[in-house]
Design a protein around this ligand. Structure first.
Ligand SMILES: Cc1cc2nc3c(=O)[nH]c(=O)nc-3n(C[C@H](O)[C@H](O)[C@H](O)COP(=O)(O)OP(=O)(O)OC[C@H]3O[C@@H](n4cnc5c(N)ncnc54)[C@H](O)[C@@H]3O)c2cc1C
Length: 459
């Protein structure tokens, strides 16, 4: 071995997003030597183009709605306009604060942070800028990119979430292609900012991965907010003419817009990175990994959006931490996708964990369901929001699904995920005291009702 040869790390991580950096931090905490390779900004999609900036926009949207709706609460306020440069200043300030904090964390943990585009050149080696980083273990965490549809070029007024996060104007008319999480969140923002919004979704309902009753409530709420949507209809094409886009739908309808937001899902970043050459199996571009995040190539793990399943930052964190602990020999319990809480931050918010009613019926046959209407929840009435908490339990068994919709209901997902993951019975939760008046009470009341002792429930 020559004097200047690189040491062998315990873990070399390719990609510094949620999955990669969580693995690096936990690995270092456990005393492992770690190299973390990132070609762009530490923090990845979530911090720079995903969770954080979009939620900042959604908060600005809520402020705009509050100004608009003051009268409803006896407050004389008027909504004037949205100053996008001010919105960006606020959003970028939040991102930059968190980015600095994260950089400090990584520095403080003596992680070897390597800037540059890496490539897997052998099962134990990542090459970056001519430097070869060798690890006893390699973790692939290269994340995802915004997809488009065949023949639909992203340019000009046709954007994905990445460009839409940076626009310096409020488009008068927006078409959102895709009624999934990212689509409905942006639709919600644009509507609050003053745009006329139409969502186009090929599936029969908005947020189709959620419980059907949640989709119905969201559609009711969006109708009330005058967010238009066309479900069960296919997009055929789009043409740009100056600053306008004409969107054509199957059946011959067209919609004119000033912006077409393409939100049709995210694909894995795995192309040309040497994964297959190193023996890692890909399926439609995704890395095939088992429940212990193993790729099948000894010592090579994969975490986050490149692994099929929920594309959520906290899944990436959990898998990254899992892999670090696995490498350190702690034999952690695998991450169960069903136990991962899901929140969609549009107005009204959606939060869920576990099985939908349809999935539970398929799995257990006989299930019990209860829907607690937020009409009976004091705090929700104070906020003037509508929605519900829906519980799905195995017949005479534990709660296997919690589905919530209503303003701010995302905040209730913490207790919901404890209930699901601890396999609580409705009677266990019914005995816990929930503070009054909180929206959290709605969760308590739903369990009381399912346990046969309803309180604020009309027969
Ligand atoms: C608009 C939007 C909103 C979202 N909102 C939420 C939300 O509210 N809550 C939530 O949980 N999730 C949300 N997500 C999803 C979340 O951002 C992702 O699930 C999460 O970022 C995945 O983490 P990851 O580590 O797998 O990948 P990423 O965060 O994509 O990180 C991968 C990193 O790898 C780097 N990389 C790629 N290739 C190379 C290479 N060859 N060499 C070096 N570095 C490389 C990239 O630059 C990137 O930094 C949102 C996503 C989007 C797009």
């Amino acid at each position: 071995m020559s004097a200047d040869a690189e040491k062998t790390f315990d873990i070399v991580i390719l990609g510094g997003g949620s999955g990669g950096y969580a693995c690096a931090l936990r690995g270092a905490e456990l005393g492992l030597s770690v190299a973390l390779v990132e070609k762009s900004k530490l923090g990845g999609t979530c911090l720079h183009q995903g969770c954080i900036p979009t939620k900042a926009l959604l908060h600005a949207a809520e402020v705009a709605d509050s100004a608009r709706e003051g009268e409803k609460f006896g407050v004389k306020s008027t909504f004037e306009s949205v100053d996008m440069s001010g919105v960006h200043r606020y959003k970028d300030g939040v991102v930059s604060h968190l980015h600095k904090g994260l950089q400090g964390l990584v520095k403080g943990k003596a992680i070897e942070y390597v800037e540059g585009e890496g490539r897997l050149v052998a099962p134990d080696t990542v090459e970056v800028g001519g430097r070869r980083l060798t690890g006893r273990n390699v973790v692939l965490a290269t994340g995802s990119y915004a997809k488009s549809l065949p023949g639909l070029e992203v340019s000009g007024r046709v954007m994905t979430s990445e460009q839409a996060l940076e626009i310096d104007f409020v488009p008068p008319r927006v078409v959102v292609l895709g009624g999934g999480v990212i689509g409905v969140e942006f639709a919600s923002v644009f509507k609050s900012f003053g745009s006329e919004v139409t969502i186009v979704e090929a599936l029969p309902r908005l947020v189709a991965a959620e419980d059907e009753s949640v989709s119905k409530q969201l559609e009711r709420s969006f109708r009330k907010r005058k967010i238009a949507f066309r479900t069960g209809v296919r997009f055929e094409g789009a043409t740009q003419n100056g600053d306008t886009v004409t969107v054509s739908l199957e059946g011959g309808d067209t919609i004119e817009a000033d912006l077409l937001l393409v939100a049709v899902g995210r694909g894995p970043v795995t192309d040309g990175l040497g994964y297959e050459e190193a023996g890692v199996r890909l399926d439609r571009g995704y890395v095939v990994a088992d429940e212990r995040c193993r790729t099948g190539v000894p010592g090579v793990f994969a975490v986050g959006d490149i692994v099929p399943g929920l594309q959520l930052a906290h899944r990436g964190f959990a898998q990254g931490i899992f892999v670090a602990e696995e490498i350190a020999g702690l034999s952690p319990a695998p991450v169960d996708d069903l136990g991962i809480p899901r929140v969609t931050y549009c107005d009204p918010e959606i939060a869920s964990v576990g099985l939908t009613e349809a999935q539970a019926r398929e799995k257990y046959g006989d299930v019990e369901v209860f829907e607690y209407n937020l009409g009976g929840n004091g705090r929700s009435q104070i906020l003037q929001t509508q929605g519900f908490v829906k519980l799905v339990r195995e017949k005479d068994g534990p709660v296997v699904g919690v589905h919530m919709i209503g303003a701010r209901m995302g905040e209730q997902v913490g207790e919901a995920q404890l209930i699901y993951n601890w396999e609580a019975l409705p009677s266990d939760v019914a005995n816990l005291v929930h503070a009054h008046p909180t929206q959290n009470e709605a969760l308590g009341e739903a369990h009381m009702a399912l346990a046969g002792k309803p309180l604020h429930v009309h027969a």
